[in-house]
Design a protein around this ligand. Sequence first.
Ligand code: NAI
Length: 583
Amino acid sequence: MALNLDAIGKKFGPVTFEYDWQKVVLYALGVGAGFDDLDYCYEKNLKVIPSFSIATIIDCMTEIGLESGVDPSGLLHGEQDLIFHNEFPVEGTLSTEAEITNYYDKGKGKGALVIAKSETSHSNGKKLFTAVSTLFARKDGGFGGENAPKNEIEIPDREPDIVVDERPSRNQPLLYRLSGDTFALHADPEFAKMAGFEMPIMHGLCTHGYACRTLINHLIPGEPEKARRMYCRFAKTLYPGEPIRIEIWKEEEGKVFWRVSNSNTGDIVIDRGIFEYGDIPKDEIRFDDKVAIVTGAGRGLGREYALELARRGAKVVVNDYGGGADGADDGSKSPADVVVQEIKELGGEAVANYANIADPEGGESVVQTALEAFGTVDILINNAGILRDKSFVKLEEKDWKAVLDVHLHGSYHVTRPAFRVMKGKGYGRILFTASGAGLYGNFGQTNYSAAKVGLVGFMNSLKIEGRKHNINVNTISPGAASRLTQDLMPADMIEKMDPKHVAPLAVYLCSDRCTVTGNIYNAMMGFFGRVAICTGPGAAVRRGDKPAAVEDIISNLDKISTLEGAIESEDANAQMGSFLEHM
Ligand code: NAI
C-alpha cells in the first residue's frame, strides 16, 4: 500500500468526543496518577491533565492514518506538539477539525513522516488546543518526497535542574488503552512479536502523560490550566515495567526543556521536549482569522515578524526570493520553506511565496498566494531588502536601480494589490520598513537612503487614502543583527541586537489594537521611539511688500533654521495652513 499523497490539505471532521469525569480520571490513572495527585483522580475538585488532549483526538488521528495510506504495521508516533489555549473543562463535548499538512521522505528503508494538524474546541465555545502530530511510517520511505527540515531543538548540554524517577507498572498499557488507543501493539503479544518486539510496548503517549504530570507537579503544582505548550519527539520504544527518568532543564521564565529516558538502559525514550507555562494572557493581542503577508520573511527581521504573527494566530504568507544580500543571484526557495516549516511546528498556518517583489508580477503574486491559500489579506509588512553600498561616485546606475527596485518599487508592487483587498473589506494594516541611513544619512548608502525615505513619502500619502477604510499605514526603522548588518557588529552586540527586540512594535502596528497611522518608529535592542518630520516656526522675510534679498536670508538664517517650537503637520494641507498664518 502506498502513501496517499493526494490527501494533503484534505479536511477531516468535525470529529466529536464526549467525555465526563470518569474519562478524565481513567486517563489520569493510565498515566500513573494516584493518591499523590488526587486532583486528577477524584471527582471532587477534579482537574484535567492537559495531555489528556491527545487521548480525545485518537479517532481523528486514526482517520488520518487510514487516509494517508501508511502501512499500520510500521506505524509509530514521531512527534507531538500541543498548544493549550484555555483551561480544560472536566466534562463536555469536543469538536476537532484536522488536516494532513505534509509528507516527508526519509528515504527507502528509513521511513516517511506524515504531519497532521488539528484544532479542538469545547462545547463551551472556547478553542481548547491545537495539536500538530507527526506519524512515523517506518515502512513507507522512498516515495520520492523531500526530506523533513532539521529539528533545531537542542537539550542544554549540562546537568538537569530537576530529575524525577517513575516506574510505570507492567500492566500500564492495559490501563492506558482504555482511554482510546486500542492498537494491538500495546496489548497483544503475538502482534507485538510480528511487529518485531519482544512483548507489547508502552504507548509513547502514556509515557508522555507521565511526563506532563511530572512537569506540572514541579513547575505549576496544582495548576494544570497554566500549561501553555508541550512538544516532544518520541525517540525509542519502552517496555512496560521499565523505570523511567524525567529530566527538566529550566531555560527561561515560563519555558523548560525536558526528556524521558529508560533508567535501566539509559536510552532516551522521549527527546527534545519543550514545556511552556504561565497565565493565559488576558489582554493578549491575537491575530486569529487574520491573514498576514511578510515580504523577505525567510530571514532576519521578516522571519521574526512572521513567527510572532503566527504564534498569535495569524495565517502567514512567507515571501522570500532567497537571493544573496545584494539580490544579484537567482534566489532559492529554502529560506521561505524553512520559515513556513517553523511556523507549522509552532502549530501555526503558513504558505511560502518565492517571488522577487522587484518584478511587478512577482509582487502581485504574493497577494495572489494569500488570496488562494487563505481568501484575503489583512496585514502587509513590506520588509524585503537588499544592500549595494558604494560611495556615490562609484555607484553605477544598476546598483542605484536594483536597490530602489526592491525597497521602493517592490513595496509598491505588493502594497497596491493588497490595498485593493483591504479597501474592499474596510480593514488593513500596512507597515513599511525605512532605515536610519535614510532618515539620518549614512556613508555609501545614497541608493538605499533614497529608497528608504521614498517609503516615508509613500506612507505619508497612503495613510490619507487608507484612513476612511480603517487601513493604518506606519513605518518602522529597525536595527537588528542580520546578514545585512552582523558583519559590521562586535560579537557581543549580536545577541543584544536580536530581531526579537524589534518584532513587538512591528506586530503591534499590524494589530487591530493599533490606533496610530502615518507614524515612523525607531526600534532596536528593545528601544522604541518615534521619529517625525517636523516644521520649524520659520520667519517671514520680506522687504515691505517686496521679496527679500538673498542677503536677507543670511541675516535671518538662525530664525529660518531653528527647530525650536517645531510642529508636526497632519498632511500637506495642514502644513500649508500654518504657512498662511504668516501672510
Ligand atoms: P535579511 O537579509 O536578513 O532579510 C531580508 C530578506 O529579504 C532576505 O531573506 C532576502 O532573501 C529577502 N529579499 C531580498 N530581496 C527580495 C526580493 N526582491 N523579493 C523577495 N524577497 C527579497 O535583512 P534584514 O536585516 O532582516 O532586513 C529586513 C529589512 O529591514 C530590510 O528592508 C532592511 O533594509 C531593513 N533594515 C534592517 C536593518 C538592520 O539593522 N538589520 C536596519 C535598517 C533597515
